[in-house]
Design a protein around this ligand. Structure first.
Ligand code: FAD
Length: 390
């Protein structure tokens, strides 16, 4: 079948060709094997790291490639479009942004070159807590300064890639909620060296889950970290984290778009080849239209994703576009996932076709890293100016 023609405002052919060549070394069987065994695709992530792809957004002075969000998002898109799952490694692409924007010169020199070379993995960020969930400003994990240390106590949940990360960014309360003027104040971010912390005040308990995503519960019991591991200004950590969310949301949008094109490509090919009632099932408009409709939705989401990238790379505000792109893309990939599994009929449920694995992976992005309802709430209140609901 002819290659799927898509509307990419800036096609970046060389970048896409290089990513496609790398991804082709990891055929569907590779991702299927790891998906079924729920194991981490170490070789794939190593190849991405060695190629420097996950250091795309780190400035050249720290050993990265100094590329923009546009290029970084194409890298993530191509991983998903090839049948892989960028969720295994996207943290390495964007978590360093917090350090880059808010870290001291000493911290940047200490960590960024290692992150760029892949020697250090900053794959994890710990925000979500079991009792407070989306209501982040009520989080209960505390960091109390004692001399030249901070002592951490509390609990986190669904913290991803901890077993394949050396460092983690942690959001914790440094001033009790009752003592701050605004609920978003009084939280701080820290860099935690997992190699020292796990087993010394930090314990992790993996959470088996349907999305094939390595994620875990985290328990802090008097974990001590050096005071110099505070990133940015004490008490402003929530705002520091927020600064990085636009990049994260846009990259996840690009992943959903990659997934969406993968589903459409699979579905249109199968629909054109599978013969039932003496004709290809794709000759029936009842089969064609859901696939075509999801393609239209992916194409539209893609335009919003590139607009978010353009604004981010130009240093303009892209909060609205990043949120809208994430929601449009997550919805479109989910629609494509449904159209694809339906097109495959019973075979969609057989693991050997990879549809059911990608179907489960695609569902995650309705909920994480931010749920659809919370994006709608952001749009309603911050863009449309309606009253705040929380
Ligand atoms: C596989 C996986 C990996 C993850 N990785 C990470 C990670 O690395 N780091 C991290 O910090 N977190 C991570 N998360 C957590 C994820 O960000 C949260 O699950 C998500 O933000 C939703 O929070 P919650 O699960 O506590 O849901 P809740 O806050 O309990 O919400 C449950 C549902 O209610 C809805 N809801 C809640 N309040 C409102 C409201 N006021 N109006 C309308 N709807 C509302 C939500 O939209 C949601 O659908 C991960 C989650 C998963 C599943």
């Amino acid at each position: 079948m002819a290659q799927l023609k898509t509307t990419a405002p800036d096609s970046h052919d060389d970048l896409r060709d290089a990513m496609r060549a790398l991804c082709a070394e990891f055929p569907p069987e590779y991702h299927r094997k790891h998906g079924a065994a729920e194991t981490y695709p170490v070789e794939f992530v190593d190849a991405l790291t060695k190629g420097g792809w996950l250091a795309a957004m780190i400035p050249e002075e720290f050993g990265g490639s100094g590329l923009g969000l546009t290029e970084a998002s194409i890298i993530m898109e191509e991983i998903c479009r090839s049948g892989g799952n960028a969720g295994h490694c996207h943290g390495q692409m964007y978590n360093m942004g917090t350090l880059l924007r808010h870290g001291s010169d000493v911290q940047k020199q200490k960590y960024l070159p290692g992150i760029a070379s892949g020697e250090l993995r900053l794959q994890s960020m710990a925000v979500t807590e079991p009792t407070t969930g989306t209501d982040t400003t009520k989080l209960k994990t505390t960091a109390v300064k004692k001399g030249d240390r901070y002592v951490i106590n509390g609990q986190k949940v669904f913290i991803s890639r901890l077993e394949h990360s050396d460092l983690m960014i942690l959001l914790a309360r440094t001033t009790p909620l009752a003592d701050v003027k605004r609920k978003a104040l009084g939280m701080s971010i820290f860099i935690v060296d997992l190699r020292d912390a796990i087993g010394n005040g930090m314990e992790i308990r993996p959470i088996a889950n349907m999305a094939g995503h390595e994620t875990a519960e985290v328990f802090f019991d008097n974990l001590e970290i050096p005071a110099e591991n505070l990133i940015g200004t004490e008490g402003k950590g929530f705002y520091h984290i927020l600064d990085g969310l636009n990049a994260e949301r846009t990259l996840i949008a690009a992943e959903c778009i990659g997934d969406g094109y993968w589903f459409v490509d699979k579905a249109r090919t199968y629909a054109s080849e599978r013969v039932v009632f003496d004709r290809p099932i794709g000759q029936n408009q009842g089969v064609q239209f859901p696939i075509a409709k999801s393609f239209v939705a992916i194409e539209a989401a893609n335009l919003m994703r590139f607009e978010s990238c353009r604004r981010f790379d130009a240093g303009e505000d892209c909060g609205a576009q990043a949120n809208m792109a994430k929601m449009l893309a997550a919805d479109a990939s989910w629609e494509a996932a449904n159209a694809c599994i339906q097109t495959y009929g019973g075979f969609g449920f057989a693991k050997e076709y990879d549809i059911e694995r990608k179907f489960r992976e695609a569902r995650l992005y309705q909920v994480a890293p931010v749920s659809t309802n919370l994006i709608l709430s952001y749009v309603a209140e911050h863009i449309l100016g309606m009253p705040r609901s929380f």
